[in-house]
Design a protein around this ligand. Sequence first.
Ligand code: NDP
Length: 473
Amino acid sequence: QKAQIGVTGLATMGRNLARNLARRGHTVAVHNRTAARTKALVEEFGHEGTFVPAETAEEFVAALERPRRLVVMVKAGAATDAVIDEFAPLLEPGDMIVDGGNAHFADTRRREAALRERGVHFVGAGISGGEEGALNGPSIMPGGPAESYEALGPLLESIAANVDGVPCVTHIGPDGAGHFVKMVHNGIEYADMQLIAESYDLLRHAAGLSPAEIAEVFRTWNTGRLESYLIEITAEVLAHTDAATGEPFVDVVLDRAEQKGTGRWTVQTALDLGVPVGGIAEAVFARSVSGHADLREAARDLPGPAREATKDAAFADAVERALYASKIVAYAQGFHQIQAASAEYGWDVDLGAVATIWRGGCIIRARFLDRIRAAYEADPRTVTLLTDGYFAEALAEAQDAWRGVVATAARLGIPTPGFSSALAYYDSLRAERLPAALTQGQRDFFGAHTYRRVDREGAFHTLWSDGRREVEA
Ligand code: NDP
């Protein structure tokens, strides 16, 4: 019996994905560079379904029915290229390689173009949900040629998470679109986590609540409009007590946040596209600041205000509003970035469909995403989510509390780069006039960069050192 699909790369993610496929009744060929991993998988989990273990690349390819569907779950980067180079010569036109790793979308575009020449479909598929998701139902973001989805889609739909009967997978768009969308998912995840961290910091140091009390606040929030996986696990982490010391777990963890790089890629790509994603950038930089022991040590004794806690019962409610408003901004920025890339690369990404497949399986899964789906369904040409009826109303309702929370943070010296930058973005977009006019004046002064006028068409330059006469540029 031939296998419907094969997985090569059987570390945490690949092994769980293979098990998920087998549990859904598919025959799965399994392969790994180091054969011991393949053997271990079949020994430990062989009873869960039908696995066809292969020791060599040739055996692996021969085990697959046509068109061959070969999923690569190896370390992103050079390893992916090595695996493609090994398997591509063994494949025939119409076969497909699915890269489920966290590849950079530019690499995916390059690989897709190279394999297209051989007639092999290359599908860069973002997979979110970590090892638990891979086993029980991830959110899957496959790109590549649309026709590849005909042979691949049903298999992915059978293993993906499912919300209200809708599987959390859809064809995102050509070449690198899937990995791009996965990257922005991670960027939004960074922003969401940072906003939650700031909320915790404010509840701890402005409201004077203990971690256990804050866990309760998050539990309550998780029954409302903020209901999400990230809020749920935040309550769990805050409620946890360290066994060794009896202290709150959050107090014994070193306060240095690490990162693997997809957040950084999101910001780098946003800079290249010219898309303002301040909320995501601040989240990446906040992790960076936390990791700079040298900077923090050098600056530790700089003066700040006394932090006396307010014990104001309404404060937690204000933080909830600030968090919700800032979260809307972060998601609006991420979706704007996908929209911009879609236009740049001709992907024609359906933003409502992206929101739909993020409702389950992935780290940012939340009820909230249904609102984003509804916004794009109501108007697919939505320029920014901030002006969608529901979100505009939520922002209007939150803004007083949001401003109050940012002001309190500034007054008490509690860093809130996420809340502050989200509010600045909101105010920048709604401003009738921005000081950018002055920036243009300065640029014209020192570099003759010219400017446009509000009252006439054309580009102008003022002869700053020659009587300040204005000339047409
Ligand atoms: P790792 O990223 O740790 O990669 C280990 C696997 O890659 C092993 O199977 C290893 O084979 C194989 N490998 C490494 N180098 C080569 C090479 N040169 N040739 C062939 N095989 C090679 O595994 P994970 O399961 O953690 O992740 C797999 C992919 O999924 C990565 O791209 C990761 O970014 C992505 N991902 C991971 C998530 C997670 O939560 N961990 C979530 C979502 C995506 P060997 O056993 O022989 O060393």
